[in-house]
Design a binder for this molecule. Structure first.
Ligand SMILES: *Cc1c(COP(=O)(O)O)cnc(C)c1O
Length: 390
């Protein structure tokens, strides 16, 4: 049973047939979103069936775009633990704080979710070579699943990316090209190979299925909170697939009759050194402008322009959410605070969510009685250089 029916442009709503390879919308060059026959799914699939399934994201396989299970490439991604942060909460005087720890995923970040689904789907559709521009974690995850599929993988990363990101891709068999520039420059270099050699482009939101892998974070949260979503979700945002994916998952689950219409307020956190979505949110614009001179220690947040900007901004506004920027220094302080109270070695991106929480409490945007989830999107291990000077 699989309910994937077609693709639809997230901007102009043009539809596309499901079982062909697509990148962006051919009309308006915006991201395509996977659509499902949720009416049939509502009849045939009950949420109670999920209980006894394997603890990985493929437990939602009927609502993912891979038709035939034999093409599923899995390293155990997803179904990450949701910890109640009791000691941290006590220190902060806040009782309902949770951390969803994505650092426990294969390749130590939630990028494994998106790439497991995207590469499985590409594998099912016969792709032999894949290519990705990445700030670090996405490249490692792509390399892992491409290795599992026996595909050739090409990775384009900024040359100042910390060395563990590069080592990981090499060890997983990818061909790595280092670019003197930002992820947007890596995108241009990757695009050349796509055009010249016909490699399939797995860039954030230029490929429709990474977001499907990321949406499973939304399904999991619902399942882990016994189908009552939290009041606030704080998410470190770069390309935005996680934010857009969870927002999509909530809609799907409501149509399936699994949750009601209550939604969390979605919070985007970025670095003060690269905050295009925060700026657009504050300026009340539909799209974000390119951020010049992007710099931050949080490699996953060093994204000066995102093709899904309007989808992120939509979900923030529809949810009565907010977008805020925090300094790199505050990210690290917060990562250390999570570390010494909860025993989790977070990435700076994970630290950013706590820094944002502290700010939002200060301005009373978050109330005492609310339930808040921080997303630690990756482990600190690939960023250990940030702790070396101490
Ligand atoms: C990629 C990345 C992000 C940003 O995720 P998006 O869903 O693309 O916004 C955040 N944290 C880490 C650790 C990442 O690798």
């Amino acid at each position: 049973m699989n309910f994937f029916s077609h693709l639809e442009c997230g901007y102009c709503a043009k539809t596309y047939e499901a079982d062909k390879l697509w990148n962006l919308c051919t009309e308006c060059s915006k991201p395509l979103l996977a659509r499902y026959d949720l009416l049939s799914a509502k009849e045939k699939l009950s949420k109670d069936e999920l209980k006894n399934r394997e603890p990985n994201l493929w437990r939602y396989n009927e609502l993912l775009p891979v038709r035939d299970k034999k093409f599923i490439l899995s390293l155990g991604e997803g179904f990450s633990p949701l910890f109640k942060a009791a000691r941290l909460g006590k220190e902060l005087g806040f009782s309902n704080l949770y951390i969803k720890d994505e650092g426990l995923n294969p390749t130590t970040s939630f990028k494994a979710r998106g790439l497991s689904v995207a590469i499985s789907r590409a594998y099912e559709l016969g792709v032999k070579e894949v290519s990705i521009p990445s700030a670090g974690n996405a490249a490692g995850a792509m390399s892992a699943y491409a290795a599992l599929a026996g595909m050739k993988s090409y990775v384009f990363m900024p040359k100042d990316v910390p060395s563990p990101f590069i080592s990981e891709c090499k060890a997983l068999g990818a061909e790595v090209t280092l670019i003197d520039g930002l992820i947007t420059d890596c995108g241009k270099a990757a695009a050349e190979g796509v055009k010249k050699y016909g490699r399939f482009d797995i860039s954030t939101l230029k490929e429709p299925y990474r977001i499907e892998g990321k949406k499973t974070m939304g399904y999991e949260l619902a399942e882990q909170f016994d189908w009552n979503l939290p009041d606030v979700i704080i998410y470190p945002t770069g390309g935005g697939t996680g934010l857009i994916g969870m927002w999509k998952a909530f809609d799907e689950m409501e149509q399936l009759g699994w949750i009601d219409s209550k939604r969390p307020r979605m919070v985007t956190v970025q670095s003060t050194g690269c905050a295009p979505i925060v700026k657009a949110f504050e300026d009340n614009t539909e799209f974000a402008e390119l951020w010049n001179d992007a710099h931050t220690i949080a490699d996953g947040l060093r994204v000066p322009a995102a093709v899904g900007d309007f989808l992120m901004l939509r979900s923030l506004r529809e949810s009565n959410g907010i977008a805020i920027a925090v300094s790199d220094e505050k990210m690290l302080d917060s990562a250390n605070l999570i570390g010494r109270t909860q025993g989790i070695f977070t990435s700076p991106e994970g630290g950013a969510t706590l820094a944002a929480f502290l700010k939002l409490r200060e301005i009373k945007w978050i109330k005492e009685t609310e339930t808040v989830v921080l997303f630690n999107t990756g482990s600190g291990h690939k960023y250990s250089h940030l702790w070396e000077s101490d």
